[in-house]
Design a protein around this ligand. Structure first.
Ligand SMILES: [Zn+2]
Ligand SMILES: [Zn+2]
Length: 137
């Protein structure tokens, strides 16, 4: 059996975050020690590693809860995992697109001033002026 500190060391998930996952029902301590400390078995360690990796892939907690609920499922129920993967792909592509638009604005802003600064700085001015931007941020 593992303590919460050992679970944290083995997975890289901070102790308060492990408690948070327990509050959310994603993870359960297997038992309590005599001193009422949480104790975890290998299945709990595996579950926490699963949550950690899914978080690293950017999944929101409700998707992770849905994936966990698919443990032991078979057949068409597992299509849900595919849906979650595709939705996450779409979210990521949206973020990439919006970051690329930001990059273009910053390219424009960084190039706006020749550096002579006789009167003012066009870079400084551009940071405060949404007018020339191509869209919302
Ligand atoms: Zn300047
Ligand atoms: Zn703008």
């Amino acid at each position: 059996m593992l303590s919460i500190g050992e679970m944290s060391r083995r997975t890289g998930v901070k102790v308060p975050t492990i408690r948070f996952y327990e509050d959310k029902g994603l993870l359960q301590a297997t038992a309590r020690s005599d001193g009422n400390q949480r104790r975890y078995d290998q299945a709990a360690l595996h579950r926490l590693s699963f949550i950690r990796h899914a978080r690293d892939l950017g999944l929101p907690l409700d998707d992770i809860a849905a994936l966990i609920s698919l443990e032991g499922a078979d057949g068409a129920a597992l299509d849900r995992a595919h849906d979650i993967a595709r939705r996450q792909q779409a979210r990521l592509r949206q973020r990439i697109n919006s970051l690329q638009r930001l990059e273009q604005e910053l390219d424009r802003i960084a190039a706006a001033c020749d550096g002579h600064h006789e009167e003012s700085c066009a870079v400084l001015h551009a940071f405060g002026d949404h007018g020339p931007c191509a869209g919302q941020h």
